[in-house]
Design a protein around this ligand. Structure first.
Ligand code: AMP
Ligand code: AMP
Length: 372
């Protein structure tokens, strides 16, 4: 893309993120797209992140939760934050929202994503199937999974067989906030999408299935040998494995992503969901997708595809990770003078509008179009 009037060069901007989760992918992608890069890390991570040539700068903070205190320092430069799972895991929603550092994405979506009941409304309004939900232990008529609010990476989830099992193992949870969902037997498929507000197009970037301890290991012990041994499945994420979807299921995966974006514009303000997001599904033997959750940002399963995925290769003739796709969007936004279309509205950056007094933006062509 050739620069338009009012265009700004990516090399004048810094893409910054917290050093964890998918930061290496995000910063490598940012460097590949011509940005300056900054990792904000805790002391133990300093040497690791400094060891990569694509990380231009490292700032050390004692704990990730100290990040909001850097706001002043970040706002002095042309920093754009790219959020990932550690932002929601380590910063409170209020802190996260209060920060005015330019932020890729729409923070209004966070209210809908963080509340499991609102998530359910969003996904069901989009016509997606969700596992049945139970509110009282006495209603349980099939195996359920009990999920604590704010659980990180599947920690603290319980598989419960029936009401008696609930009383025996889960009644202590009454004090806490949790949901009970029908346990859907099938293959967990996590679909990674990117929706571009500049092109109005949705792309499937990649897919993974999680590898969870110990549930994914139970099949390694014959059932007969499990008998009499008090094994409880747990769902702590340890890593991710790539998966390619049966092609006849791909159209539905695409339509689900489109529906979620469309409904987000009715629920989360007119800008709705944009950028990277993930639909976390279980696919049953009837080839039905059941939605467990939506993540409204880059997910760690995309780390399998730093060099691109079979799906991103269909759209790009070069390695295109989700991290790089985010940087490409920011780059295209800068070159077309449309940065505000891809940043949260809390973002405070003194844009130089002198070259384009009417603030006009220009249409950007679709995927695969080189940025220069
Ligand atoms: P971390 O900084 O590694 O603690 O990650 C922050 C949050 O992202 C965790 O609490 C998990 O919920 C999630 N997460 C991290 N790594 C993965 C992964 N490989 N797969 C899925 N989720 C992950
Ligand atoms: P989540 O935090 O919702 O992404 O779930 C973490 C893991 O728990 C998933 O990868 C599944 O292995 C399991 N899980 C969550 N919800 C369900 C469900 N309704 N049925 C079966 N397994 C589930």
């Amino acid at each position: 893309m050739s620069p338009k009037s009012g265009a700004q060069l990516p090399s004048l901007f810094t893409i910054a993120t917290l050093g964890s989760h998918s930061a290496l992918q995000i910063l490598k992608g940012a460097k590949d797209e011509g940005f300056h890069t900054l990792a904000v890390v805790t002391p133990i991570n300093e040497r690791l992140y400094s060891s990569f040539a694509f990380v231009d700068e490292v700032i050390v903070i004692p704990r990730y939760s100290d990040f909001p205190r850097l706001e002043k320092e970040l706002n002095k430069r042309k920093v754009i934050l790219v959020p990932h799972g550690s932002f929601v895991a380590y910063l409170s929603m209020e802190e996260h929202k209060k920060m005015t550092t330019p932020y890729f994405g729409n923070k209004s979506v966070l209210d809908w994503e963080a509340d499991r009941m609102r998530q359910r409304e969003w996904l069901t309004r989009a016509g997606l199937k969700m596992p049945r939900q139970f509110t009282k232990a006495s209603e349980i008529d099939r195996p359920v999974i009990v999920k604590l609010y704010g659980a990180h990476g599947g920690k603290g989830y319980l598989f419960v067989k029936n009401p008696d099992d609930f009383t025996a193992r889960a009644s202590h949870l009454v004090e806490q906030r949790y949901i009970m969902q029908e346990y859907v037997l099938g293959v967990p498929v996590y679909i990674h999408y990117f929706y571009s507000p500049l092109t109005g197009k949705l792309e499937i970037m990649s897919m993974d299935r999680r590898y969870e301890s110990n549930v994914d290991s139970l099949g390694r012990i014959p059932l007969a040998d499990q008998e009499g041994w008090d094994i409880q499945p747990s769902y702590v994420v340890i890593g991710n494995q790539p998966i390619s979807l049966r092609e006849s299921l791909l159209a539905e995966a695409f339509h689900m992503g489109e529906a979620v974006v469309r409904v987000s514009r009715e629920l989360c303000g007119e800008r709705g969901l944009f950028g990277a997001f993930c639909l976390e599904t279980i696919v049953t033997p009837e080839s039905e997708f059941f939605l467990m959750e939506i993540s409204a940002r880059i997910v760690a399963g995309t780390n399998l595809f730093i060099d691109g995925s079979p799906y991103s290769y269909l759209n790009y003739d070069e390695p295109m990770s989700t991290g790089r796709r985010i940087a490409r969007e920011l780059r295209n936004a800068l070159l077309s003078n449309s940065l505000d279309l891809v940043l949260d509205q809390s973002s405070r950056m003194k844009f130089d509008r002198s070259a384009a007094p009417n603030g006009e933006s220009v249409a950007v062509p679709g995927p695969g179009v080189p940025a220069n």
